[in-house]
Design a protein around this ligand. Structure first.
Ligand code: 6GU
Length: 272
């Protein structure tokens, strides 16, 4: 996969040399190219921003440097296979999800345009939306000063899905938010040696070697964590994915089956 990032802070992308993404680059599985937007300015001050038409606070990124940069970076884009996806980080974008990470991981070429200030002149997104697939993406409901940290987040989520990048292909299967498998539950706690640490014991069942009981324990812990931290995931859970033991545990945790078969917190539990 090829990844281009156009930014006024190339040094912000240094972490792409480290760990999983860094190793994928060193192995040639990822071709990451970071570009300085100011290379496509022509005035003495390398200006990339200007005041907004219509007034208001802050500055807007000028269209001309972005246009020249994107034309240069995507010059080799051909029709068909080698068409890049333009990923535009913005707090007003679509939520970044595991599903979108999977979709992006299946494309050969991603171009990121992290912005500072109040964002990029809208006409840039329109112009390239006519030529490429554009995804405006937000990484969560909070406001960052720029799109560089979101690029690090998105690249890491995508890179670990590439074939051969995460040593063990099994590792994806139980990911929290992996489609299917664990039915959209958060992963439960994990333990390693020693079996006793500061008088705290690893749950006995995990040492038992009984695979069925281990699987049930993990699933119960996943339900406990999901009901506590992400009740919305339980509410939209497909009831067909719930077995008898799941239903019993949910009842114990104060959830009840609704007329449509889905689960909701029982009125008595909600009042608490
Ligand atoms: Cl993608 N950009 C900025 N500036 N803030 C954000 C964001 C993106 N996602 C959440 N907050």
């Amino acid at each position: 996969m090829r990844i281009d990032v156009i930014t006024i802070f190339p040094e912000y992308l240094e972490p792409l040399n480290v760990s999983l993404v860094g190793k994928a680059r060193a192995r040639g599985q990822l071709d990451v190219r970071v570009h300085n937007l100011r290379d496509w300015t022509h005035d003495r001050h390398n200006t990339v921003d200007d005041s907004p038409f219509g007034g208001g606070p802050g500055m807007v990124m000028k269209p001309e440097p972005w246009g020249e940069a994107l034309d240069a970076v995507t010059a080799e884009a051909e029709e068909g296979e080698r068409r890049p996806v333009l990923v535009v980080p913005t707090p007003s974008g679509l939520p970044f999800t595991q599903e979108l990470a999977v979709e992006l991981s299946e494309r050969p070429w991603l171009v990121f345009t992290p912005a500072r200030y109040e964002g990029i002149d809208r006409r840039v997104i329109e112009e390239y939306g006519d030529r490429f697939d554009v995804r405006e993406v937000s990484i969560g409901d909070y406001v960052l000063a720029g799109g560089e940290a979101p690029v690090l987040v998105i690249v890491e989520a995508v890179a670990r899905l590439l074939p051969g990048v995460l040593g063990n292909a099994e590792s994806h299967r139980d990911d929290s938010f992996a489609p299917g498998a664990m039915a959209d539950l958060l992963e439960g706690p994990v333990y390693t040696k020693p079996p006793v640490w500061r008088e705290r014991e690893v749950p006995e069942v995990l040492l038992s070697g009984h695979h069925g009981k281990v699987a049930r324990f993990r699933r119960d812990e996943a339900f406990r964590r999901t009901t506590a931290n992400r009740p919305d995931l339980i509410e939209r859970c497909d009831p067909a994915a719930l077995d008898k033991a799941d239903r019993a545990l949910l009842a114990e945790l104060g959830w009840e089956e609704l007329p449509d078969g889905r689960f909701g917190r029982s009125a008595s539990a909600v009042e608490e």
